[in-house]
Design a protein around this ligand. Structure first.
Ligand SMILES: C[C@@]1(CC(=O)O)c2cc3[nH]c(cc4nc(cc5[nH]c(cc(n2)[C@H]1CCC(=O)O)[C@@](C)(CC(=O)O)[C@@H]5CCC(=O)O)C(CC(=O)O)=C4CCC(=O)O)c(CCC(=O)O)c3CC(=O)O
Ligand SMILES: [Co+2]
Length: 307
């Protein structure tokens, strides 16, 4: 009998302790669900443990083969560049290991179902009937990226969330790095005739950025008392998310990878992004990586971000 490859989860990392703990707890839940294989998780930046430490943890348990799944909603810089580069570095550090790499999570129907539940919770008794939903405009707020394809994935999620669910509309906004921002997104909803808006964060766990979404929403709502504005919760460590990670693991193990590279900025010359075609990918420096020297916080020695 051959043992199945271990599962390595790559998370983003956050200065928000509750957000980091939510990830670590999620990894523990995955491990408890799958006692037949070693499961470990690490972050690419900001929070302990770094991804490299999680790989070492697996290697110390005797693991030689693993499948890595990025706990990311979209295919942007982290999933396309930093994580693959970090894994390549770990392979050099631990000769003899091999791995396959899974794809990001969204927009998957399982996630859309959780988002719908978050909307129902935010609306409470005001969202029970199809008639209520016809009154509701949703503003789905993504993280935003300098990668146009990643931003388009958020639009795709918004469109899929709208299809067949009866909301007046599902509009899109981004926390930073992409337009429109949250206040502009809310303005756009109003121009489309919205009277009741639910701001729905397209984020996995609590953190600095989802807090910012809520804060900006409350600020905008205070300035627009004529519009009813509600805030919904993040996706969170739901059973659907555990199932979805497992699906990505199995895809990665079986080699049945359905990565959508059609409009990848690193493969196709998109207008204004021609310089990215063929660009080499480099790992993100994690402050806790032992071969990297920083006195403080979040630093990006490995690449420059054009903001
Ligand atoms: C608060 C902050 C950290 C801080 O400095 O404290 C933070 C926090 C978080 N980001 C998260 C997610 C993503 N971050 C990116 C990308 C970038 N994020 C960056 C900065 C910051 N990110 C700081 C705020 C700076 C600001 O004000 O804008 C950039 C600029 C620099 C860098 O990280 O290299 C880089 C731009 C790359 C570019 O140029 O395009 C992508 C897209 C991608 O993959 O590239 C995803 C989606 C991943 C997915 O797909 O899910 C999550 C998890 C959310 C969740 O749970 O879902 C948290 C946690 C939280 O919110 O706390
Ligand atoms: Co970073």
């Amino acid at each position: 009998m051959t043992t199945p490859p271990a599962l390595l989860i790559a998370g983003h990392g956050t200065r928000d302790d509750a957000g980091a703990e939510a990830f670590r707890d999620f990894v523990r839940q995955l491990g408890a669900r799958h006692p037949e294989l070693p499961v470990a998780g690490g972050f690419i930046e900001l929070s302990p443990p770094p991804l490299g430490e999680a790989v070492t943890e697996l290697v110390e348990q005797g693991v030689r083969r693993f499948a890595a799944v990025p706990l990311m909603l979209v295919s942007a810089g982290h999933a396309k560049g930093d994580i693959p580069a970090a894994l390549a570095r770990e392979k050099e550090r631990h000769p003899g290991i091999s791995y396959t790499y899974g794809r990001p999570l969204g927009p998957h129907p399982a996630l859309l179902n959780v988002l719908e539940r978050r909307l129902d919770e935010a609306l409470g008794s005001a969202g029970r009937t199809p008639g209520d939903r016809a009154d509701v405009t949703v503003l789905l707020v993504g993280r935003g990226s300098t990668d146009p394809d990643a931003n388009a994935e958020v639009h795709k999620a918004a469109r899929l969330l709208w299809e067949g669910r009866g909301y007046a509309g599902v509009e899109t906004a981004f926390v930073s790095l992409a337009a429109p921002d949250v206040p502009s997104g809310l303005d756009r909803c109003v121009r489309l005739g919205a009277r009741r808006i639910v701001v729905l964060p397209y984020f996995l766990f609590t953190g600095i950025l989802p807090d910012r979404v809520r804060h900006q929403t409350e600020g905008w709502a205070a300035a627009h008392p004529e519009v009813e504005v509600l805030s919904a919760d993040v996706i969170g460590p739901e059973p659907e998310l555990l199932d979805l990670v497992w699906e990505r693991y199995e895809e990665a193990v079986k080699g049945d990878l359905r990565m959508n590279c059609d409009s990848c900025v690193y493969r196709i010359a998109l207008p204004g992004f021609e310089d990215k075609v063929g660009m080499p990918q480099q790992p993100h420096f994690h402050p806790d990586d032992d071969d990297h020297h920083h006195g403080h916080g979040h630093h990006h020695g490995a690449h420059s971000h054009a903001h």
